[in-house]
Design a binder for this molecule. Structure first.
Ligand code: ATP
Ligand code: MG
Ligand code: MG
Length: 555
């Protein structure tokens, strides 16, 4: 019942292929900067670039846009590759690095200097900004704008040779200080940074700026469609300018689309890094983070994320997608795949008075009602059980149909039980145990006399159950647009103080013994959970709640 929404980029590429543009070839690329972990916004770009290439028989390059050594780290390089692979995409031998083009980029810069299209400017960063002007005011020419080609060549070569301090000079494109597009007012192409690069070491102390490096990298790799987010729309004239001035044979077409924003979270690496560094989360892979590492740890499947990316469509208009849609996608996937088990999060002890003291039965339970092929399993039943605290009320209001004194309910796959007594803590008055009886005729969950009960509860057998810690997650932020509040407050003031609830002593059925890290289950009536791949162990099971069962997505 699902038709993918329109994707205008698909339409453009289809027309290009039909017109035999680029000889019908399609080459896209995914160009992350290794300055943080990938988030769900990147997933949209990955699905788009790899997806369209596959669809049109083309290829997608994986390129590290590693031109800014100040912020880049090997940890990020590794995590990014692992995350793209996990999401289900394979770049084969098409792994590239912008840093591999440093020499070529340098040679092209020399070419632009010789053509009188670039010059070394010795204004400070602040001065360059002042000279640039504003949207309503034209910029002023730098006093260094008319340096001779010889002087520019000499200075630029000495910049490369390391003769100058950081900030002493930059190389700028010579375009138009009166252009209505600020990006065209003699943008900086190179700056001096005496920094180690994780791949080129100390070979370079000048590094190219994004706008200069990106288009040329695309061209070197023979990219046909360079897909990026809307904030680069105003940079497109510059992207084209470099390629035109250098008369490069391959001139890719830049196409911009609206980036993904998701409610109740933030989606910028800079902000996510702050959350990590300031300890608001446990790391980039904290299950509350919108990172792929966080979502994987929380129990999201790659399929559910790819499906989400398909459903949200591709357009040019900025919008915020309801996080409930993402939750809908994972629920839909896990409903098909996740085996059902019983786990009690807030246990209340139940003693079945008329059940023999040392009897144990193995009852048959269905693994997945959506998929008969997943078979059945045995669940032990005995005299002492745990049920969920919230499934009992001593003085139930009208619409409460679960267990209460004198009331009969069904235990899933087991028996009908009736509550015949309540044991309270003498001091606190808190209910610590229920006394119940069972009807042996109702084994399996049906009564031969056709007697109806209004509720079916999940449960575990106390002596057989495994203790587990369960972590429940809420939204990371308590407002829908934390980064965009008009209240002038820092986005972190909107962090949800209740985004994590830890339940230290839950009980789960014994079939979960040895459950592998990352494996996913539906705890009946509670939601979908996965074994935490970091903190769970043989001795102590730890589960993350991926998502609740209730769907809040308005279709
Ligand atoms: P951030 O703003 O989170 O730091 P970025 O754009 O600086 O992201 P890059 O590493 O440059 O991060 O991103 C790699 C690719 O992913 C780029 O092509 C970029 O356009 C795309 N991308 C990044 N964020 C989003 C998003 N929210 N939605 C869609 N695509 C995105
Ligand atoms: Mg970027
Ligand atoms: Mg960035």
């Amino acid at each position: 019942d699902f038709t993918p929404p329109p994707n205008f980029i698909r339409t453009i590429i289809a027309e290009d292929v039909k017109a035999n543009k680029n000889n019908g070839r399609v080459v896209t690329r995914f160009p992350p900067e290794p300055n943080g972990y990938l988030h769900i916004g990147h997933a949209k770009s990955i699905c788009l670039n790899f997806g369209l290439a596959a669809e049109f028989g083309g290829v997608c390059n994986f390129r590290f846009d590693d031109t800014n050594p100040g912020k880049e780290e090997v940890e990020y390089v590794d995590s990014i590759q692992a995350d793209v692979r996990w999401l289900g995409f394979d770049w084969g031998d098409r792994l590239f690095h912008a840093s591999d083009y440093f020499e070529q980029l340098y040679q092209y810069a020399l070419q632009l200097i010789k053509a009188g299209k670039a010059y070394v400017c010795s204004l400070s960063g602040d001065e360059i900004r002042q000279y640039r002007g504003t949207l309503t005011e034209p910029g002023k020419d730098s006093p260094y704008r008319n340096r001779s080609v010889e002087e520019n060549l000499d200075l630029f070569q000495r910049m490369r040779a390391g003769e100058f301090e950081d900030g002493a000079h930059v190389l700028r494109a010579k375009i138009d200080m009166a252009s209505p597009n600020l990006n065209m007012r003699d943008p900086v192409m190179y700056r001096i940074r005496h920094l180690e690069h994780h791949r080129t070491g100390d070979k370079w102390c000048i590094y190219p700026m994004y706008d200069y490096a990106h288009g040329i990298s695309d061209s070197i790799e023979g990219i046909t469609h360079s897909i990026c987010t809307m904030e680069y729309e105003d940079h497109r004239p510059l992207y084209d300018w470099f390629l035109d001035e250098l008369e490069l044979e391959c001139h890719p077409q830049q196409i911009e689309f609206a980036r993904l924003n998701l409610s109740y979270t933030v989606m910028s690496k800079r902000k996510l890094l702050q959350l990590v560094q300031e300890g608001h989360v446990t790391g980039w892979d904290d299950p509350r983070m919108p990172t792929l590492a966080g979502m994987r740890r929380r129990g999201y499947t790659p399929e559910s994320i790819r499906n989400f990316c398909e459903r949200i469509g591709v357009g040019k208009k900025e919008s915020t997608v309801d996080i409930a849609l993402l939750e809908y996608c994972i629920r839909e996937d896990l409903n098909k795949k996740a085996p059902r088990v019983m786990g009690v999060l807030n246990p209340l002890r139940v003693v079945i008075e008329n059940y023999p003291e040392d009897q144990v039965e193995e009852l048959e339970a269905v693994n997945n009602p959506e998929d008969a092929g997943m078979g059945t399993r045995k669940v032990p039943f005995s005299r002492v059980l745990y049920i969920e605290k919230e499934d009992f009320m001593e003085h139930p209001p009208k619409k409460f149909y679960r267990l209460s004194p004198g009331r009969e309910v069904r235990l899933r796959y087991a028996y009908y039980i009736t509550c015949v007594g309540v044991v309270k803590d003498e001091k606190t008055g808190e209910i610590v145990e229920l006394r119940c009886t069972y009807d042996p005729e109702t084994r399996g969950g049906d009564s031969p006399d056709g007697r109806k009960v209004k509720a079916t509860l999940h449960w575990v057998s106390a002596p057989h159950a495994l203790q587990a810690e369960v972590r429940l997650y809420g939204h990371l932020f308590s407002v829908p647009n934390p980064a965009d509040e008009k209240d002038g407050l820092d986005f972190k003031t909107h962090l949800n103080p209740k985004s994590l609830e830890v339940l230290p002593s839950c009980w789960v059925e014994p079939s979960l013994k040895g459950a592998p890290a990352g494996s996913r289950y539906q705890f009946e009536r509670q939601g979908y959970f996965c074994v935490d791949p970091v903190d769970s162990s043989e001795e102590k099971l730890v589960f993350n709640r991926t998502v609740t069962l209730r769907d809040t997505w308005a279709k």
